[in-house]
Design a protein around this ligand. Sequence first.
Ligand code: SF4
Length: 352
Amino acid sequence: MLDKRFIGLAMTGLRSNFGRLDMPYKLTFAITYRCQSRCLTCNIWQMRPKNELTLDEIRSFVQKNPHFKWISITGGEPFLRSDIVDIVKAFYENSKGLYIITMPTNSLCDTKTEAERIERILQTGIPKLSITLSLDGYREMHDKIRGIPGNYDKVIRLCKELSELKKRYKNLFFEFGYTMSRYNQGGLEKTYEEVKKELPGITRNDFHLNLGQISDMYYKNSAEDIKANNEAVAQEIAEFISKRRFKIDAISLLESAFLKKLVQFAKTGKNPMKSRSLDASLFMDSFGDVYPSIMWNRKIGNIREHDYDLKGLWKGSAAEKVREIIKKGEEPPSWTACEAYQCLTGRMPSLI
Ligand code: SF4
């Protein structure tokens, strides 16, 4: 039987095809910018963040904004927050329609502690928790890109822990998140083959692919940090996804559509679809600054200045100006998992 919250999310996604929602249903929230990685593709790890939102502030935010049905928690490394279980609890207990929480991890925290925290999150009863294990290459490649020797082995170790948890918790989903850049160009198939040796049950469907993106506001990187040969990357993605298994559940169909458009984005560098930012979704960083999306350096305000209530920002003039830009199709190019799914569900007529 379908979960009531899933139906609520699906209906809202469909409704968003017919006009702007009263309040957003999807939030991407960087709960911390702390990170113990040393990635070549992203400079968040160089930040020394101060005055990030506290658990009490996050609780105030959640209580005043209980309309989210889908929350992408991100970082930095989200599991560096020792109160991560309480953060998720606050969202789940206060958001009646919340169906899914997604979270990436670099797997660099103590594996047992991280697995225990994930188990406690699963015990909150959240209908779906989706963990993305960042993996950018086979052993030497991944450790070089991430700048941490032994990181690949920790990813595999955490994946094994999650496989055990999955036997007991039906609400757990996990996959690898592979970010393509000039550092791992041509390495995707070999990575898959190597992972399969350690985890024989893994298929190509367990790899979520991203194209390394440039953002002065979020990743604090530049084209030199990531730029790959677009044609070659597009071909590499296309070849890999052509070998995926065809599945007909809603998430697999969305992922398939996302990946096809990722090939298009890699080739052209142009947005494959208009953004749904400030229409269905928004991004908030760990200081409470609110942006249209994770990739767009166009701050519309700070929730601390609005008593943690988003309404004023959502309906304010700064947000309206951004919507005008989107209407003209002039938003900066990006096609990331954080933004793509609400584009796909909210622009269905254009997919047919
Ligand atoms: S990509 Fe993730 S793990 Fe790497 S520095 Fe950025 S936030 Fe940290």
